[in-house]
Ligand binder design. Structure first.
Ligand code: PLP
Length: 398
């Protein structure tokens, strides 16, 4: 065989979300963009904050081109890492150290580096709570780890420590959490994080080796109704934060984020060096320079949440009013809806007949649910409601 079957499989299958999105594009060309209600992608609909655009223009028009477009140091420009650490320390008083921040192309690269850095030759296990971002399996399993799935508690989607306990063993190298969560929108409470931290402390002591908490936080700033996202390194020492500005600053195409090792982690410097090594091995060194310059100036810029908050309210009221059952999300920009029939794919196919494009959550490890991304225009949300109402009637929900 002249190429890897594993990579061929990954490259030729593509993601289901992308397939739905591509279908939506074709369908819009056929019947008109305003008649198709595409809730598939997690592309922010809120414009990039003006401060970010202004910084980009100013940097491009005033800075020395070689300084803007040249390679930065492999781990990222120190001014950028310092700005990030200062912002985190101001907000969370967490002792973040620029020397332990590695700039990456978004959270995806930060996650890949983290798995690759931690996995030893023994196929170490990493536990993720379902529902989870489907790419975790790819990122983990192609970087030396083995992803193990544990369900979240179904009534409130918090972490059930008894389910976790059934999965943890001596090979457990890490636990991955994502709060606010894609796809269910849940924000882990402080009680959940404290409970998880205490449990992992106990297990580390029992096994005599660290268990790392990898906290994937691209939605950290996207919370509603006063919900608070606990900053995980303040609760558990062996933490690696994987962050991205894709969602908070509406910059997904610019690919900028970081991996941060908590200064309190065991062997923090060595783990950080391993992340740098993983970045090197994967060819990820030197994240986009222009974006690092932008983050140096804009690390503390906060998103405008009002449009998401309004979309969320209109959609939630419309769907629950029609008879659907939804998880009431505190964060991110997805609504997690129970499929009225056990097969979420069959339900998504029926929704498609009403030009409603929703994502079945089987690949997120949670069959029987669909994800509805409300990072779309308000017109799309409002225009979709008659279709959802008709769909609910078909299922006898109203
Ligand atoms: N983690 C989660 C939970 C996500 O939803 C996404 C993107 O949608 C990522 C990671 C990847 O983020 P990025 O595009 O910044 O690499």
């Amino acid at each position: 065989m002249s190429y890897s079957q594993e990579m061929y499989g990954l490259g030729s299958q593509g993601s289901e979300i992308r397939e739905i999105f591509e279908y939506g594009r074709r369908r819009k060309a056929e019947i008109g963009a305003d008649k198709v209600f595409d809730f598939s992608l997690g592309n922010p609909s809120v414009p990039t904050p003006q401060a970010v655009t202004d910084a980009m223009i100013d940097i491009l028009s005033t800075a020395e081109p070689t300084a803007v477009h040249g390679y930065t140091s492999g781990a990222g420009d120190m001014a950028c890492r310092t700005a990030i650490a200062e912002d985190l320390n101001a907000r969370y008083n967490c002792g973040a150290d620029p020397a332990l921040i590695y700039m990456t192309c978004g959270a995806a690269a930060a996650l890949c580096c983290s798995f690759r850095a931690l996995a030893t030759e023994d196929a170490d296990e990493f536990i993720a709570f379902a529902p989870f971002f489907p790419e975790y399996r790819v990122f983990c399993d192609t970087n030396g780890g083995k992803l193990v799935q544990v369900m979240m508690r179904e009534n409130d989607f918090q972490i059930d420590l008894s389910l976790l306990d059934a999965a943890v063993n001596e090979r457990t190298k890490g636990v991955v959490i994502n709060s606010p969560n894609n796809p269910c929108g849940v924000v882990y409470t402080e009680e959940t994080i404290r409970g998880l931290a205490a449990y992992l402390e106990k297990k580390q002591a029992e096994y005599g080796h660290p268990i790392y908490l990898i906290t994937d936080e691209p939605y950290r700033e996207l919370v509603y109704g006063g919900a608070v996202v606990p900053f995980v390194p303040n609760y558990y020492d062996n933490t690696i934060v994987c962050y991205s500005y894709s969602k908070s600053l509406s910059l997904p195409g610019e690919r900028i984020g970081y991996a941060l090792v908590s200064p309190k982690a065991a062997d923090a410097k060595a783990v950080y060096a391993a992340i740098c090594g993983a970045g090197r091995a994967l060819g990820y060194v030197c994240a986009p320079s222009l974006m690092q310059h932008v983050i140096t100036r804009c690390a503390g810029v906060q998103p405008n949440l009002a449009p998401y908050e309004e979309n969320r309210r209109i959609l939630l009221e419309g769907l629950t009013g029609a008879g659907f059952t939804c998880v009431n999300p505190d964060g991110a920009f997805y609504l997690f809806m129970k499929s009225p029939e056990p097969d979420a794919h069959a339900f998504a196919a029926k929704a498609k007949e009403h030009e409603l494009l929703v994502v079945p959550c089987d690949s997120f490890g949670c069959p029987g649910y669909v994800r509805i991304g409300y990072c779309v225009s308000k017109e799309t949300i409002e225009g979709s409601l008659p279709g959802f109402a008709a769909l609910a009637k078909e299922y006898g929900l109203s």
